[in-house]
Design a binder for this molecule. Structure first.
Ligand SMILES: Cc1ncc(COP(=O)(O)O)c(C=O)c1O
Length: 461
């Protein structure tokens, strides 16, 4: 048996971090055997740029992964973190909290719509979507409806990879390997108008995708349903942007059946859709709002579950009959992360980055439209603000999908040309930092256009 070293072993160098023998010590999300042939290992970042360990430059059209809301190397956020480092880095999470967490909670209560106002902090997205589900179940127990436990969510959705969040998620590629899932989760079809699962067309459809949720609730028995959880704009199905009536219809169904409506705004929160929250973009206040990613811009891990005041009030009561919200993790409300969150929110508000997301979002849309007209293989352009996607088709008239993982080929080529975006066999999405300028949007579009042109030429040739 190896004995424990008494001195710190030498670290490998930054350049060595791409060598397979050292990459064998870490898991990334892809199949490592394939990924390690061309590993992407980032070393530095500034503004909307990344540089990998070889010094190669990438334009970040994805904010890392919808995280770097205020860009990389934002000095205001870094200074706020440094200040907090000198003051307090950790507080006893089991026994209490700290002033900056209470400050951030109150700031969130001010800027979120309606009477959303009580905050549970965690570190990542899955922790808060799962916390929201637990909150809904415990709320109904406290509120005299202990039989309400089922959770309705959507196919193609992503709420995170812990087992509860995964059970709510609707991506078979990420679920099947971990089955069986937790009991009590039901899935409905999302509002994918471009490929309507009910074979209908908007607006003549009357939004079957929403009205069928009512039928599902009825068939299951409303007395057993605790919550409906949706991303206002679904990401993993290819940026599923619902018709305007969809979320108000879900709100009405939830109100009628005493079901909590949970919005997973882990991507859409903090300005991405051109308003601080997609709840405002769609004019619907959920009972619980889950945010993460862009909230701290990637400077420190933090997420938040924010619920409406009347729901939070159910968790205040005599200790003999009410244990409070039974949920928690060691790093919740971490002071460093809260300092980052406050600084990022200040940046977004004071620099009107929501306004910039709307303006640059319009520019991005125009660029995608020009690309569609030029190449003839883009069937749909979806999304809002700086969260938009294009779907590839062989022929826009028939909507027949492009074969052979076309979108992945385009996305990989774009990466070779120094552009980071989100790619899938059938679609590509952009989610650049909210600070992105018009010129940078044009540069990103130009690289995508070139990559698409090359892959098309190879497919024909
Ligand atoms: C919409 C949505 N919800 C939840 C999550 C889970 O967040 P995390 O990976 O921080 O656990 C993600 C992550 O990509 C997401 O996109």
């Amino acid at each position: 048996m190896a004995t424990a070293p008494t001195t710190v072993p030498d670290l490998i160098t930054e350049a060595q971090a791409v060598e397979e023998r050292f990459l064998r010590q870490i898991f990334v999300r892809d199949q490592m055997a394939e990924w390690s042939k061309h590993p992407l290992v980032m070393a530095r970042a500034d503004g909307v740029s990344y540089w990998d360990v070889h010094g190669k430059h990438y334009l970040d059209a994805l904010s890392g992964i919808y995280v770097a809301s205020v860009g990389h190397n934002n000095r205001r956020v870094i200074e706020a973190i440094k200040e907090q480092l000198d003051r307090l880095t950790f507080s006893p999470a089991m026994h209490g909290t700290n002033p900056i967490a209470v400050q951030l909670a109150n700031l969130l209560a001010e800027i979120t719509p309606g009477d959303l106002g009580a905050v549970k902090f965690q570190c990542g997205g899955a922790e808060v979507t799962e916390a929201a589900i637990k909150l809904a179940r415990q709320y109904h127990k406290l509120n005299g409806s202990p039989g309400k436990y089922k959770v309705i969510s959507r196919y193609q959705s992503w709420h995170g990879s812990t087992l509860g969040a995964l059970s709510a998620s609707g991506l078979k590629s990420r679920k099947t390997v971990n089955e069986p899932m937790a009991p009590g989760f039901l899935h409905v079809f999302p509002p994918t108008c471009y490929r309507c699962p009910f074979g209908q067309q908007y607006p003549g459809c009357g939004l079957t995708c929403a009205s069928i949720v009512d039928r599902v609730v009825e068939m299951e028995d409303p007395e057993t349903v605790a919550a409906i959880i949706v991303e206002p704009i679904g990401h993993t199905g290819g940026v599923i942007d619902p018709p305007d009536e969809y979320l108000p219809m879900l709100r009405e169904i939830c109100d009628r059946h005493d079901i909590l409506l949970i919005f997973d705004e882990i991507i859409t929160g903090f300005g991405r859709t051109g308003h601080l929250f997609a709840a405002e973009t769609f004019g619907v206040v959920p009972d619980v709002l889950c945010v993460a990613k862009g909230m701290s811009g990637g400077y420190a891990p933090i997420s938040a579950m924010i619920c409406r005041r009347p729901i939070a009030d159910a968790f205040w009561g005599p200790v003999e009959s009410n244990p409070g919200f039974v949920e928690g993790h060691t790093f919740e409300g971490n002071p460093i992360s809260c300092a980052a969150g406050i600084a990022v929110i200040r940046e977004i508000l004071e620099r009107d980055l929501c306004g910039n997301a709307r303006a640059q979002g319009a520019r991005l849309r125009a660029g995608f439209e020009a690309m569609a007209a030029c190449h003839g293989v883009i069937g749909d352009i979806r999304g809002k603000g700086l969260f938009q996607a294009i779907e590839f088709v062989r022929d826009p008239a028939t909507r027949e999908p492009m074969p052979d993982g076309f979108g992945v080929k385009v996305g990989r080529r774009a990466l070779e040309h120094g552009l980071l975006c989100r790619f899938d066999p059938n679609w590509i999405a952009f989610g650049p930092p909210l600070v992105t300028t018009g010129e940078q949007i044009d540069e990103m579009l130009a690289i995508l256009d070139r990559s698409l042109g090359e892959v098309l030429a190879e497919a024909v040739g």
